[in-house]
Design a protein around this ligand. Sequence first.
Ligand code: PMP
Length: 368
Amino acid sequence: MPRFDSDSALRASLRGMHPYEPIAPPEEVAARYGVAPGRIVKLDGNENPFGASPRARAALAGDYAPHRYPDPAQRRLRDALAARHNVPAETIVAGAGSDEIIDLLFRTYVEEGDRIVVATPTFGMYAFDAQLHGALIVDVPLRADWSIDADALVAAAEGAKAVFIPSPNNPTGGLLPMPLAERLLATGALLVVDEAYMEFSHGESLVQRAAAGEPLVALRTFSKWAGLAGLRVGYGVMPLAIATALMRVKQPYGVNIAAEVAALASLEDAALLDERACVITGERDRMAGLLRESGWLEPAPSESNFVLVRMLQGDSLTVREALRRRGIFVRTFDHPRLLDHLRISAGTSEDTDRLLAALREARTELGQ
Ligand code: PMP
């Protein structure tokens, strides 16, 4: 009998696949650079610098049942989210991060050879999932000022299975303009608007319209606004028929018990989390002002909890290294248009001050 050959058995769409580039664990990077873990300023993951809310922390320390399976129908969480957004619970699907909802949309609707439209630079998960499913990525690059080329995007959407647009976009920070959303809704493609950072913006959410049945999915997450990135809980709001299909396709227990209790408690702490979001965007604006004043860094306008910064001199990897040696972690990208950019998450005011001090030192060290 011939032996199983894992190389030739590999699905064709996975050969030569580019893996998703996750951020490295901070302890590992800190150890590599000889930085004490307590000295890390972590501005590379768009995480919430204040952590989980007090009620979420209390709920996690409280009395729940880790030995039980979670509710596969997600009743309590979907009901609480329905109350928050004033939409029917049946139009909501929760998952292990909004990443799981993206994955579910692909598993439910995308076949090999389907066209998936994105506008890069953007969140890498859509292209990652497209590769997994053998779909064709159609990229409509953002313009030089990071705005969307609306006509080109609409043209690409016609004949595509889905369009994935974060609003605000990661990593550029801009919103999907509403008139463009209207045009995309008329193309015949499914519009997936990823609102992971919506709570930090002045943007208009499409959650209500998704629940009302338009060909639209609005994605949300507890990772950013609620500071629960490590627990992995996100959700999508969508037309009833799409939600019903996703509920049928999903793994039964995607949202674990701890994530569920923390998410429910976060919703009870929504007012506090909204206040924190305001503090974070205030700090983002202060940071952007200080970066601009430094004379060599040009922050793009942001509606999110991070800024994309263009360096007028130097390359991002060298500056990232110099910052890491000082315990400051920022995000770089290998996208060809971002080799001279850093994405920096908004942290506490102390984080900003340490970032600025480290950037001054790095600039001197690198002679820029
Ligand atoms: N969408 C966007 C635009 C993101 O930037 C991220 C996280 N980096 C996600 C979704 C994933 O969120 P989650 O943690 O809920 O999977």
